[in-house]
Structures are given as structure tokens and as C-alpha cells.
Write a protein that binds this ligand. Sequence first.
Ligand code: COA
Length: 570
Amino acid sequence: MRILLLTHAFNSLTQRLAAELNERGHETSVEFDIADSVTEEAVALFQPALIIAPYLRRAIPESVWSRHVCLIVHPGIVGDRGPSALDWAIANQETQWGVTVLQAQAEMDAGPVWASATFAMRDAKKSSLYRHEVTQAASEAVLRAVQRFESGDFVPQAQASMAARGCTRALMTQAERRIDWARDDSATVLRKIHAADGFPGVADSLFGQPCHLFDAWPEATLRGTPGAVIARRETALLRATVDGAVWIGHVKREGSIKLPATLAFEPQAQAIAEAPLEGYWRVKTPTWQDISYAENGAVGSLHFEFYNGAMSTQQCERLRAALVWAKQRPTTVLLLLGGGDFWSNGIHLNVIEAASLSAGSAADESWRNINAMNDLALELIGTEAQITIAALGGNSGAGGCFLARACDQVWVREAVLLNPHYKNMGNLYGSEYWTYSLPRRVGLDAARAIMHKREPLTARHALEIGFSDACLAGNVPAFRAEVAQRAAALASAPDLPAQLVDKRETRARDEARKPLAVYREEELAQMRRNFYGFDPSYHVARHHFVNKSPASWTPRHLARHRDLNWKANA
Ligand code: COA
């Protein structure tokens, strides 16, 4: 079937649906919801059998929904209506929530139901629930709805006829999100910030300056006067509550972009006492720890929980130091586990942008950041005493994918999406030794196609083409349990010493053929042009990305119906 995905952005949910539908033989094309006339034009060009709207911020025009079946993905249970569905589900401490696929009609979220799916709520940020449970439930429900539509005999059910516990809820206001530091306990503060993460955040103030709070973490032991900032650790600030304290990882100051808290308030944070953690061993009590290490027999595990998977120069340097330390441990397998939501999305575009906001140079910071990423990738490639495994429980994009590929093996959770390409960021060439690691895995032609087409890659497809080495089912905890089991089996495999010898010999042969330093030099020559050259595309694209500028057109590689030859190529 020809299916048009009408969406505000090509976000992870839209990417997942496109990939799932394409894998089932449907022909999809994407149009961003920019203006009614643009939507009408897309429909006229593509003539879809069905329109699916995974992520919309406005209503579909009547001229479209009155003539075509348009299925809206609503992140709420049947009967739920309104733009803050997940926010309210977290705030109201729902234990079960869901996704409903309903048909667009005049009244928002009121149309008949084509399919729905439910899930158990988790104590997590809204953005995390969206990327995991909502995305999973949405793809199940959409695929069922598509099958029902295809069958031709399914009649969607009017909401009024369904025994539903959902109801209409208005947009959650900042007054409803407000934290009362003199009254709210830590659990309440965490819940309020979680319900607003990653957008819009909770309006508050720090050091007397208005800002929005994001990325909250519990703290088990440290205490202080409620509301006071009582400690800092790396990028996070600790704020006391009536019964404990809560770490704030990210803030957005008025008129600025979302940044690590200690960077957004740099001079003020410097005056706050540091609460360092000793070493890398995973701390057992809840606290903020972005890099941690655990060991089980001969298997070491390095976790790095970086918000949004973005890795600044300092984060890369700290992670490299942890890696150097972990490599000295008496282990034979080293797992690189990344974070729960993302493994890595490459260089930290917000921190880079901040360099230009503070009269520094975004080009210089980009250069430092990519070099720090490369140093980290090199440290991984050069690991001799352990088999390194990147275990991707969360999505990964751009340089993050090639940081993973710098490991000996890449194991990917089935629901994960990879975007192993750079061009979307203003034609960035990319580095992280991708010109070494990618062609040797998938071949030169496939490597070129991946970079050029800029398509998301499902875990199954990544395995098929040889980008990755395993595709494992389950949610993040189940995936990690299986990864641990497989890693233990690998560590005790009789041929492990032979595998390590083989790995060292292969590396030595590759190095003799073409040194890694040459790959790096070649990639960085291109990156130097991206950062310092006459073409500002990368700086412009980064600026729009971090400022979340609304799209003014759909990129041509997504809007296939706008390609003059699309019918001939289809
Ligand atoms: N630096 C800073 N922030 C980043 C980031 C990066 N490299 N990659 C993603 N983010 C942020 C987004 O701004 C967004 O922020 P929010 O919390 O304010 O919403 C959040 O991470 C999630 O990103 P989003 O684009 O909504 O997630 P997605 O799952 O739909 O898409 C990607 C994932 C990787 C395709 C997309 O985020 C992307 O293109 N990132 C840029 C990758 C890149 O070009 N890196 C630099 C070259 S190495």
C-alpha cells in the first residue's frame, strides 16, 4: 500500500513506523506538516491509500481527512484526549497507559478507534517513556490498524461505544507543573520534572535567574536547606528538597538553549562545593553518576548515561579516562553499554553552539569535540586484552554509531534505530574512523549508499547488511540480561585466547596496509572544511537543530513523492 506519513518531524517514532512499514512491503513517503496547502499538495502528488500521522502538533485540514482515511497516533489510552497525554499520565501516577490509533475528524482526538495498545508505566522521564514504551505500543497498534484497513472489512469503533477510562485533559500549564521547594518531597519534584522532559521543562529559577529544569535524578544521602543548590558534580547541580535532594542535569535559561546545568550557570556553579565520586565503580545508592563501571568475573561493563546521547569534549575525555582504567582490569570481555535511552548521538551540538553564544568559537569547539571522539574511538580500536562489545539498548546516531563500530562487536536491541550517517547535519563529512570501520564491514558500495541515502537502519537490517553482529529482542533490562549472559559465555569460550590473538593480528595487518592515523587525517581534512571552510552549512544546520527551528520544507530524501522520477523509480 502507498502510505503517506504526515508528521511534524522525522523523529524516532516516525522513523520506526516508516522502517516497519517498508519492511512489510508498503511504499512510504514522508511530508512534514508545514502548512495545509503543502499537505494537500503532498496528498495530490503521492495519492496515498492511507495517511498516518505519528507526531502532529496541529490538526489535519478537512480537505484531506474528509477524502482520505487519516490515522492519528495518540500517546494515550482509549478515550484520552488532549496535547499533554503523557505528562498527565506521569503526574497522575497512572500504572497502565497506552497508545490509540484513531481516525482524524473535525474534533481533535475524537475520531473512531482503529487499534490501541497498552503498556505498564515505568518511573522514568516522559522522553524515555516516549522512546521506549510509546514507540513500541505505537508500532504494534499502527501495524494492526494498517492490516485492518487493508482487509477492507474493518469498521473502526466509535469512542463513545467503548468502555474507556480515558478522558479529555487540557494542556498542562506551567502553573500545574510548578515545584514548591518548601513543600514538595523528592519524589514529587522528580515526577514533575520527569513529566516535562525533554519538552517543555519545568519553569523555575536557579541562582535567582529564571530557567526551565530537565533531566532530574534522585540522590540518596546528601541533604540541605530545601530549594538551595547544595553541590555540583561534573555537569549536574544538586538541589535540596524537604526530605532529600534531587540532581538537575540540564537547564534552559531564558532566551538560550538547553545545556548541562553547570555550563548554563558556569560562574555560579564554580562557587558551589563539589561532591565528587571516587573512581568509576558503580555506586549502589541512587545518585547522579554518568560514567560507571561494574564487573562480573571476566566481564567488565562500562555505562555512560549522557543526556540525549550527546557527548561533549569533556565527556569524551572523561569516558576515555574511564576506558583506559577499565582496560587495566583483569577482564577478557569489555561491554560498552551506553545509556538507557541512547547509546550515543555523537558530538554535543548544544555545547558547541554554546561556545559561540559565549563569544567563543563553535568551529574550535567542534574541532576539539571531534578530536576527543576520535581519541575515544582510537582507544577502543586499540584495545588488545579484551574483546570489546558495544551493546546498544537505545538508539544511536551519526558519530555515535561509528563509536560503537570501533568496538569488535556491535549487539543491538531489536527495537533500536540506527542513523549511521552525518550528512543531515549540514553535509558533515564525519570522522570517528568511519572510513576504516564501515567499508570493511559492509563493503564500499553499501558504505557509500548508507552515507548518501541517510536512512534510519533497523536493528534487523543492520544485522543483515553486516553493520552489526547481533540483534537481540526484549526491553532494555531483558536485553542487558541477555547481553550479560552472552558476554559471560564469550569470556569462558575455550577459543577466546585465539580470538584475541586473531584480533591483534588483523589489526596489525590493517595498520600495515593503511595506518589509522591516515584515515583520521583524511577524515579531519574534510571536517576542517566543514568547520572552518567557506560553506557554512554545518553551522547553519547545527544552529537550527539546537534551536529547534520549525522545518520549512521536507528534505527531498524523505519526501519521495516530490522526486520527479519517483513513479519511475518505485
Ligand atoms: N547533540 C546535542 N543534542 C542532541 C544530539 C547531539 N549530537 N543528538 C540529539 N540531541 C538531542 C535533540 O536536540 C533532542 O533534544 P530535546 O531533549 O530538547 O528534545 C534529543 O536529543 C532527542 O533528539 P531527537 O532528534 O528528538 O531524537 P530522535 O530519536 O528523534 O532522533 C537522531 C535521533 C540521532 C536522528 C537526531 O537526534 C539527530 O540527528 N541528532 C544529531 C546527530 C548528529 O548530527 N551528531 C553530530 C555529528 S557526530
